[in-house]
Design a protein around this ligand. Structure first.
Ligand SMILES: NC(=O)c1ccc[n+]([C@@H]2O[C@H](COP(=O)([O-])OP(=O)(O)OC[C@H]3O[C@@H](n4cnc5c(N)ncnc54)[C@H](O)[C@@H]3O)[C@@H](O)[C@H]2O)c1
Length: 322
């Protein structure tokens, strides 16, 4: 990864990804965009008990939507649900306990959800992790990849038929601006070849999410797909996985609500539905998924190799993925 890419990215970040960056972008927001009711629409949000996911779940519940919180820890999920119900007055908030790093279980959950519910209007892939030591899940997949990429792939792929049956279907994936400094790598999805660096693996996973979003958009023109960067947000993920960065940025970090703003806009506004499917967003605006002169573009062949690996891996852990 070049010094140039890192320097451009960090300078962009200081201007745009911080609380100040949000406040500056806010001046161009159309306030009426979020003045919508989503009564009768259902939203699945992974990692909905904290940070950006929780702020998104709260905003959707306040707008009258049915919320499906997909969480790993039952106690934390129930506590967050109770807060959301009491603050929003909306009782259509449901908890589902799923560990997104357990590939086969993600698929079982998605299959059961399809049988139980007649519709799903919006899927929000928000859960994410940055594990600094190489660990593998029960299927032998590296933990960051299993959670950030394979879990997102299996959940989305399995729910596509249900989304297609629903009105105005959308899929939003919370990626990260960190992916801008990384080119898609197709030769080491399990991070076995080089020295293991959790920050790099996470950023590679976030690039993979952006590529998946572009490919899904092409393959499924009846669903609106988007990936987004929430900015640098003061959440548990940042304070525990990047404590030095958290301390250095301090009050310059965005609030969870500011980080969730574009997720909520993509999930609920009519303006978002009018944008081209498959794009990468920052502060309600489609932005390039590559920095200028950063050499992070992938060949069509590499993207095909990546998608084939995802499909083959996915098939090996499920019975009827595609
Ligand atoms: N906070 C930031 O500055 C920032 C920047 C860029 C991207 N993001 C992305 O935003 C998303 C939300 O993170 P956040 O910052 O709100 O942090 P957070 O720690 O508050 O939320 C992450 C959520 O994901 C859940 N999660 C993690 N692993 C899981 C698993 N295996 N199964 C089920 N749930 C799991 C956690 O329980 C938690 O609810 C993540 O995808 C993260 O990568 C955050």
């Amino acid at each position: 990864m070049s010094l140039y890419r890192n320097a451009v990215w960090f300078l962009n970040g200081i201007h745009q990804y911080t609380r100040k960056g949000y406040e500056s972008a806010l001046r161009d927001f159309e306030p009426k965009d979020l003045d919508v009711s989503v009564v009768g629409r259902s939203f699945m949000i992974t990692g909905a008990n904290s940070g950006i996911g929780r702020a998104t779940a709260m905003a959707i519940a306040q707008k009258g939507g049915t919320v499906h919180m997909v969480c790993r820890n039952k106690d934390k999920a129930e506590e967050a649900r109770a807060d959301i119900v009491s603050e929003s007055g909306n009782t259509e908030v449901h908890v589902h306990i799923v560990d997104m790093s357990e590939t086969h279980k993600v698929w079982e959950f998605a299959e059961a959800f399809k049988r139980q519910y007649p519709a799903l209007n919006v899927l929000i892939n928000n859960a994410g992790c940055m594990v600094h030591k190489r660990e593998v899940n029960a299927e032998g997949l590296e933990k960051n990849f299993a959670t950030n990429t394979m879990g997102v792939f299996i959940l989305t792929q399995t729910l596509i038929p249900l989304l297609q049956k629903s009105r105005d279907p959308r899929v939003i994936t919370v990626s990260s601006g960190g992916m801008l400094v990384h080119k898609l790598r197709v030769d080491d999805l399990q991070s076995e070849k080089d020295y293991f660096d959790g920050v790099m693996v996470y950023a590679q996973n976030k690039r993979q999410q952006v590529v998946l979003t572009q490919e899904w958009a092409q393959a499924n023109p009846d669903i609106h797909f988007s990936a987004m960067h929430p900015g640098w947000v003061d959440t548990a993920a940042v304070s525990t996985s990047m404590p030095q960065f958290h301390q250095m940025m301090g009050k310059r970090l965005r609030s969870a609500e500011q980080g969730a703003d574009t997720v909520v806009w993509l999930a609920s506004s009519r303006a978002a539905a009018r944008t081209r499917s498959g794009q990468f967003f920052q502060d309600r605006t489609p932005v390039p998924a590559h920095l200028p002169l950063a050499w992070t573009h992938s060949s069509a062949e590499d993207i095909q190799v990546f998608m084939t690996q995802m499909e083959n891996l996915g098939r090996s852990f499920t019975e009827n993925l595609m």
